[in-house]
Design a protein around this ligand. Structure first.
Ligand code: SF4
Length: 377
């Protein structure tokens, strides 16, 4: 079992909070980028040799800027070079302003069976503040359009913890997402990343970020509201109706191999991790070379048992199925210090064990990253 991630490094404009890799001036080399994706898939197919690709994920950037031909070209390259299952989960990240009946039908025809829509908010004031390219009406209209085209598996992204977002308005946002028929919701707490417009505003003292307490309350509201609507809280930021968890992302969290294609994309195969350069022209330049003495466009790191141990904890503790203690012990033997820490967090009511898995309770999930770090070697 394996996955493919394709990073589409194009966006219409820069959102104020975003530190992902993308360019807003891509039109001149758009086709060269698609050709480079195809070449990278051909060159790196051995990475997943002997494994069946069960999930394909177009992330970004803004994959919904691709037209049907470009999408089909990439999917054909994946199918021709790798062994794919009969009906892989194919997810496309889409922004509301790109979702038209024509495009949604084209995505469906190309094989897309899951959309991940970057709604972020249903309120114009938030959308303007975030410099999103869509407005609230487009946020409301896009789901019915996609559903009408036959794409029923739709995830929505929402952001909470904005300075001006009060709890009542946040609850309404969640209710709105549910009422539109989302089968999956990913909700992220706003973080102020370096090199973003928001970070500059904070540095200039023109913006005061929301208090941690407010963000924590909104996380509680999120869990309570979505659980009330039958969603399973299966990862810190992810909630799904029965049968609609993201297979692709769940596979990341279960340590399944994946190949990342495109500028800034990461790959993982259980033994090593690699990451492509985050520069569109250079990525294209390297992939257009006729011969390769080394793989110029990516760097690779071989994972030590300590790396694997730490990553298993960091990722596993964020999920509802937790960390597999037998597998963890096979990487590095669990010693008395580890067990002492487990007892400590159990006594606090933040952790429990079930079927040889270490799992965080709901209150423990507020501190998932800090708890994981406490176990790091
Ligand atoms: S559309 Fe997505 S990737 Fe592009 S700038 Fe906005 S948040 Fe970042």
């Amino acid at each position: 079992m394996a996955g493919i991630y394709i990073h589409i490094p194009f966006c219409k404009q820069k959102c104020t909070y975003c530190d992902f890799h993308f360019s807003t001036t891509y039109q001149a080399y758009e086709q060269e980028m698609i050709d480079s994706f195809v070449k990278e898939i051909e060159l790196r197919k051995a990475y997943l040799a002997g494994q069946t690709v069960e999930t394909i994920y177009f992330g970004g950037g803004t994959p919904s800027l691709l037209n049907q031909e470009q999408l089909t070209t990439i999917l054909t390259a994946v199918r021709e070079n790798l062994t794919c299952s009969e009906s892989p989960e194919i997810t496309l990240e889409a922004n509301p302003d790109d979702i038209t009946a024509e495009k949604a039908n084209a995505w469906k025809m190309a094989g897309v069976n899951r959309l991940s829509v970057g709604i972020q908010s249903f309120d114009d004031c938030d959308l303007k503040w975030m410099n999103r390219a869509h407005d609230s009406q487009q946020a409301l209209n896009c789901l019915p359009i996609a559903q009408e085209a036959g794409i029923k598996n739709i995830s929505l992204d929402l952001i909470y913890g904005l300075p001006d977002l009060d709890n009542e308005r946040w609850k309404k946002q969640i209710e709105k997402a549910v009422s539109l028929g989302a089968t999956h919701i990913s909700a992220y707490c706003l973080t102020i990343e370096k090199k973003t417009a928001l970070h500059q505003l904070v540095q200039q003292k023109k913006l005061i970020p929301a208090e941690n307490e407010q963000q924590s309350e909104q996380f509680e509201i999120l869990i309570k509201t979505l659980k009330g609507h039958g969603f399973d809280h299966y990862e810190i930021s992810n909630f799904a109706l029965p049968g609609f968890i993201s297979k692709h992302n769940s596979n990341y969290w279960r340590g399944i191999s994946y190949l990342g294609v495109g500028p800034s994309a990461h790959s993982y195969n259980g033994k090593s991790r690699s990451w492509n350069i985050s520069n569109n022209p250079n990525y294209i330049k390297f992939l257009q070379k006729e011969t390769f003495e080394t793989f110029d466009w990516y760097e690779e790191e071989h994972l030590t048992p300590e790396n694997i141990f730490n990553e298993s904890l960091l990722i596993g503790l964020r999920t509802s199925w937790g960390v597999d203690l037998t597998a963890l012990n096979a990487v590095l033997e669990l010693d008395f210090k580890f067990n002492e820490k487990v007892d400590h967090y159990k006594a606090k009511g933040w952790m429990f064990e079930s079927n040889e898995h270490l799992i965080l309770t709901e209150s423990g999930r507020h501190w998932a990253d800090a708890i994981a770090e406490d176990f790091f070697i």
